[in-house]
Design a protein around this ligand. Structure first.
Ligand code: 5RP
Length: 219
């Protein structure tokens, strides 16, 4: 099975969590895109979806799934999204697509967070994938210096602006032995909007596409 097939299988397996009259949160990235494509099969069950990015909103609209604003819906029963890395503790690194802030907002507003990924995303310790950090533009250099003090190697994502008009710094080589503590430390740097560690609000369920089927990992 290819990695793409594993992503598709995981995305499809998330359909099981959809119930009648739900408004759900939908994430960003290639696995989330496969989920949107699968959603078409059950879209008559849905009242709509809250998108974690402009590109996801576009894809939902193209498939005639109503896109709603989180400000209008209130909290959501379900959020489905991918990840760049995931552990068996359901801690994640997200934001490879740069949508981490809206993803974190929607995840925080959701009762159940189902993460969908191919098996290459499963790691013992987070951090081989650089941690994306959304920063306000005027703070990028001072934040970079703080990140070096934390032991990381910051790299400004070239020619990229987030949906919120900010920049992304990808931080390499962080030693993430305690993801909750690191998430808090990164958030406390002045000018940081959000960081891509999802540990304080981890996933509730990880659906991992593997060669022998979809493995379900829960807390
Ligand atoms: C986007 C994300 C994605 O979920 C993450 O990058 C995984 O992407 P893919 O499903 O394409 O591997 O966090 O900001």
């Amino acid at each position: 099975m290819t990695r793409e097939d594993q992503k598709k299988a995981a995305a499809e397996a998330a359909l099981e969590y959809i119930e009648w009259d739900m408004v759900i949160g939908v994430g960003t990235g290639s696995t989330a895109d496969y989920f949107i494509d699968s959603l078409v099969k059950v879209k008559n069950k849905l009242d709509g979806a809250v998108a974690s990015s402009v590109s996801t909103a576009e894809r939902l609209k193209q498939r005639n799934i109503p896109v709603l604003e989180l400000n209008d819906t209130g909290d959501l029963p379900l959020y489905v999204d991918g990840a760049d890395e995931a552990t068996r503790h359901l801690h994640l690194i997200k934001g490879g697509g740069g949508a981490l802030t809206r993803e974190k907002v929607v995840a925080a507003a959701s009762e159940k967070f189902v993460c969908v990924a191919d098996e290459s995303k499963l790691v013992d310790v987070l951090g081989a994938f650089p941690v994306p950090i959304e920063v306000i533009p005027m703070a990028r250099s001072s934040i970079g210096r703080q990140l070096v003090k934390l032991g990381g190697q910051p790299e400004l994502r070239a020619s990229f602006a987030t949906d919120n008009g900010n920049l992304i710094i990808d931080v390499h080589n962080l030693k993430i032995m305690n993801p909750i503590e690191m998430e808090e430390n990164l958030d406390h740097i002045a000018g940081v909007v959000t960081n891509g560690l999802f540990a304080r609000r981890p996933a509730d369920i990880l659906l991992l596409g593997t060669d022998s089927g979809v493995e379900k990992i829960t807390a």
